[in-house]
Write a protein that binds this ligand. Structure first.
Ligand code: 26Y
Length: 819
């Protein structure tokens, strides 16, 4: 909508075809007469990218000239997905490009499929970072993403005999045309060694970090075009390179290979993304990755800052650093070290600069996801940082003790150092102490931070912990992934919605217009057809687009309760078997999601889904009424196919455990109805769409907490509910695993004998009832479509444009750059 009519001029579309042919030859060394899709995809990608470089340089000099404050979004994970269609969408040249590609003998869609999805993250946290980059640059907020260019991103999941198998994701093997590698910019990153005291020329005690092992960091930029392209920014991803110097002692002994060995090993730092979502493993290499990101990034930030400033005193006026969870929180002692040891500042001045620079976002309250590092490990890898952390803590606890005299319990809870079970550094405590603002990612979650997890800190710093509800970018998650619906929306209310999602409200009255409802239903059906074809290709299974598409796509986790969904499926199966002529709403239940490779229970649930699917799909009585499938390798590009085709979005985590969820927003934005608990952003989705347009069930967060306190007995539900009992017994007795009767006993036991921590048994019956309401409503297509429209129409709040503006105004104190 913002794109001026002269795109042809700016982007020289008349020359695009020639450029594609030229790049085929000059960059790829291919015969232009070749018909290889992969070559054409690459040649197109280079030809598109080169059209943005000018705009990118112009944006950067705008930032420079205006001396605008810049935002640095530090994240160990980004999940940008594929770039091609995102570039074309934000450049506003999709249709033009489609024509040009057709003239070359291809469809744009087939070239799009040639791109390998960049999976440099695990799930929600990484995707949020990518949505925020899109929203920052689209709203002219000067910002950059900083992260790591892993050689291997999140593993590729295949399903073999019902089990997850992991394959390495060698995503750059065939090159990545979007990367701009800066071979000439290298920073040195130090590890190990020791901290040494010395006296400077004024006789002051100073510290220096010596005898280190050094690794070089090389940046690789990927351009991030804003919507309408008035600004183009970038994310800067670091890769490890061996240092230039040689290990002289080895070398002098004539041990050339020995001297090379360390060099080769040092490049391992950026080899692989840790695939654990919300589960800490505490490996040294992971801590190295974190410091590698932080050290390289701060050298880059300070270099850029010092081009325009002579003193570091004004750093917080020019730089805002957002820590995406605690993963880059070592940045706090790192900036202290730089300011004191390298730039000679005293503690108080340095600390003031630090705390005015950092803000920290928390993304989870799961105890197993909260980072703590053993003091001996951190002290060995980063000895100077360990000293600084102790000093931060000493001064901090002095303050707490002054406010709460004699409250030693409180001191030990708030200490950055955990003493029980061997000393460890609590990264969340460090991040809170070192930041001016801490935020949760949905209203409920931020409340839980204030009154639960970070309660002591909230009492000590009453204004520090706040909320910024997550959002998703409407460009990728509606405009780009759902052309059928986007076209209809634009025809009806004009094109402004994609930069001002609140405009979707204008669809509300159209929900009462039967012609509009028909058009809406046709768009949904078209998407369901496309997905059906994809499912047939991927899992050789036919699904019927006229059934209710019931979808749960997210990382596999016990707290997300995919198992509860399976229990519903088994119950439906039983009902059909008991009464083969029962009048039931035909459903297709689809699942997708990766389990961490070491997460046994999550992998077993994948197996259970596949075994239940095998039984259900093969049953003649069930035919046409219930189908189940697990789609392998859920990733951003798969989400773009799944989300537009959903009728029902499953958001059924145990209340209090899902910080926000962002899949919930994507599905509802594309007209799916939500079945969910009052957890994370579901609460706010309900407020926006209205309680009558969403299926809410189950325990509330405070009830979960109460039950945990007062003693929860899952067996009670088993004993009082025959349908539930039957489901559990089928899982436990091997009904779905006849060749291995005990296969699913651990699933049965976790609910029946190990306390059912996630309270599936308590929520089973309310969930069944909510699902019955879904079935009933789906039979009334007019009402269903009405509610589908009202869902999309009321999703304006969940644009990441809104979230980013809240960060900009309330936390970063940056303004959009005028153009
Ligand atoms: C360090 C390791 C243990 C770890 C690795 C990944 C810890 C956490 C994570 C990832 C957390 C994450 O993705 N959290 C999700 O963040 C989303 C964006 O805010 C939320 O919508 C979602 O509810 C939350 O689970």
């Amino acid at each position: 909508c913002k794109m001026s009519k002269n795109v042809r001029e700016v982007f020289r579309l008349d020359e695009l075809k020639d450029d594609i042919r030229r790049n085929m030859v000059a960059l790829l060394g291919n015969d232009p007469r070749s018909k290889r899709k992969f070559s054409y995809y690459n040649a197109l990608a280079y030809s598109v990218r080169e059209r943005l470089v000018d705009l990118w340089m112009r944006t950067q000099s705008d930032y420079y000239d205006s001396m605008a404050k810049r935002v640095y979004y530090l994240s160990m994970e980004f999940l940008p997905g594929r770039f091609l269609m995102n570039y074309l969408t934000n450049m506003g040249i999709v249709d033009e490009c489609r024509e040009i590609v057709a003239e070359l003998g291809f469809s744009l869609e087939e070239l799009e499929e040639e791109e390998w999805d960049a999976g440099l993250g695990n799930g929600g946290l990484g995707r949020l970072a990518s949505c925020y980059l899109d929203s920052m640059v689209s709203q002219n907020i000067p910002g950059y993403g900083y992260g790591i260019l892993y050689d291997y991103g999140i593993f590729y999941q295949s399903i073999v005999n019902g089990n997850q198998e992991e394959r390495c994701d060698n995503w750059r093997r065939h090159g990545c045309p979007w990367e701009i590698t800066r071979l000439d910019t290298l920073y040195e990153v130090k590890f190990y060694g020791r901290s040494e005291t010395y006296y400077d020329s004024d006789g002051n005690v100073r510290f220096r970090w010596v005898d280190t092992e050094n690794v070089m960091a090389m940046p690789c930029d990927i351009l991030i075009p804003g919507y309408g392209c008035s600004h183009v920014s970038n994310m800067r991803l670091w890769t490890a390179q061996s240092s230039r110097e040689f290990n002289l002692s080895d070398f002098n002994r004539g041990d050339y290979i020995g001297a090379m060995h360390g060099k080769v090993m040092s490049e391992n730092i950026t080899k692989v993304l840790y695939p654990n979502d919300q589960f800490l493993q505490g490996m040294e290499l992971r801590l190295k990755q974190q410091y590698f990101l932080v050290s390289a990034t701060f050298q880059d930030i300070l270099r850029r800052y010092l081009k325009q400033h002579t003193s570091l005193a004004a750093l917080p006026e020019a730089v805002a650093v957002q820590l995406n969870d605690t993963h880059p929180a070592i940045a706090i002692p790192e900036l202290m070290r730089l300011l004191m040891d390298v730039y000679g500042m005293g503690w108080d001045v340095a600390w003031d600069i630090c705390t005015r620079t950092f803000a920290y976002t928390n993304h989870t309250v799961l105890p197993e996801a909260l980072e703590t590092w053993p003091v001996d490990l951190l002290g060995r890898l980063l000895p100077r940082h360990m000293q600084i952390i102790y000093e931060i803590n000493r001064r901090f606890l002095e303050g707490v003790a002054a406010t709460f005299p004699g409250d030693t319990e409180r001191l030990s809870r708030m200490s950055v150092i955990q003493e029980e079970g061997g000393q460890r550094v609590r990264m969340a405590n460090l991040a809170i102490v070192g930041s001016h603002t801490v935020n949760g990612v949905a209203a409920l979650h931020s409340n839980i931070l204030q009154t639960g997890l970070f309660r002591d800190f909230h009492e000590y710093y009453p204004r520090k912990i706040r909320n910024v509800t997550n959002g998703v970018t409407p460009r990728r998650w509606l405009m780009q992934c759902n052309p059928a619906l986007s076209r209809l929306i634009t025809q009806s209310i004009g094109p402004e919605w994609c930069c001002n999602l609140e405009k979707l409200r204008e669809l509300v009255p159209l929900a009462e217009d039967s012609a509009f409802r028909d058009a809406w239903a046709r768009a949904k059906l078209e998407n369901k057809r496309l997905l059906s074809r994809y499912v047939l290709r991927k899992v050789q299974m036919g699904i019927n687009p006229n059934t209710l598409f019931d979808m749960q796509f997210k990382r596999m986790h016990e707290y997300k309760r995919q198992l509860l969904n399976v229990m519903h499926v088994i119950s439906l199966f039983n009902r059909i078997k008991d009464n083969p002529s029962a009048d039931i709403t035909p459903r297709t239940v689809l699942f997708g999601g990766k389990a961490a490779p070491g997460y046994y229970q999550a992998k077993l649930i994948i197996r259970l889904i596949n075994e239940v699917a095998r039984v259900v799909n093969a049953d003649a009585d069930v035919a046409g009424r219930l189908r189940v499938a697990f789609l392998p390798n859920y990733c951003i590009s798969q989400a773009e196919k799944v989300v537009p085709a959903a009728d029902l979005s499953e958001q059924i985590s145990t209340a209090g455990m899902e910080a926000s969820g962002t899949g919930n927003m994507k599905f509802a934005l594309n007209g799916a109805l939500t079945i969910g608990t009052l957890d994370g952003a579901n609460v706010e989705i309900m407020e926006e769409v209205g309680a009558e347009n969403i299926f809410i069930f189950g325990l509330k967060a405070h009830e979960v907490a109460e039950k945990r306190r007062s003693g929860y007995n899952p067996r009670e539900f088993y004993e009082n509910d025959a349908e539930l009992r039957r489901v559990m017994d089928m899982i436990g007795s091997g009904f779905f695993s006849p060749d291995e009767r005990g296969l699913f006993s651990p699933v049965y036991d976790s609910l029946m004998h190990h306390g059912d921590y996630y309270m599936l048994m308590a929520d089973y019956r309310p969930y069944m009832e909510a699902q019955a309401a879904v079935d009933a409503l789906y039979l009334d297509q007019d009402q269903w479509v009405r509610k589908s429209i009202l869902n999309a129409a009321n999703m304006g709040k969940f644009s990441s444009d809104r979230s980013v503006m809240e960060y900009a105004r309330g936390i970063w104190h940056v303004e959009p750059l005028g153009k």
